[in-house]
Design a protein around this ligand. Structure first.
Ligand code: CA2
Length: 145
């Protein structure tokens, strides 16, 4: 089972600012956490981060026929990107949306999520742990499909 984990804009800066919202661990720490979680769950994973919407769309398109599941934190593109929504719809890969912070208890604009229209599940406010929950969900979903 192969899972692609995509992180969107500015998540490469984790740990550098806004520790009250996103914690003090870095993007490298997040990558290690996801890799360790996947190993523990017996799932193969690839990690990808980009600050560019089109690059994320390209990566999702390239995932077709290669990956069984997608975990995505589209970051700010969550609230704006129909292009990312359409790419996920086009490849039809089971997807879980993850947010480190509790987007629904923050500013009003963060309640809007385009990816939610296609995601099998949305996990928010659990910090890094949310990525592990997403992989667990996908594993269970794919095994019982
Ligand atoms: O809570 C999340 O995971 C978000 O997807 C993070 C995005 C934000 O736009 C979403 O509304 C919720 C922002 C990621 C920016 O990360 C930073 C890292 C270090 C310093 C400042 C921002």
């Amino acid at each position: 089972m192969k899972i692609l984990v995509i992180n969107g804009p500015n998540l490469n800066l984790l740990g550098l600012r806004e520790p009250k919202i996103y914690g003090s661990r870095t993007y490298a720490d997040l990558c290690s956490f996801i890799e360790d979680s996947c190993k523990e769950l017996g799932v193969e994973c690839e990690l990808y981060q980009s600050n560019h919407e089109g690059d994320i769309v390209d990566k999702i398109q390239q995932a077709y026929g290669v990956f069984d599941g997608l975990v995505i934190n589209p970051a700010a593109y969550t609230h704006t990107s129909v292009a990312i929504l359409d790419a996920i719809k086009a490849v039809s890969i089971p997807t879980v949306e993850v947010h480190i912070s509790d987007v629904d208890s923050r500013e009003k604009f963060r309640k809007i999520s385009y990816v939610s229209y296609v995601a099998k599940k949305k996990i928010a406010g659990l910090g890094f742990e949310g990525y592990k929950c997403a992989v667990e969900f996908l594993k269970e979903y794919l095994e019982n499909k």
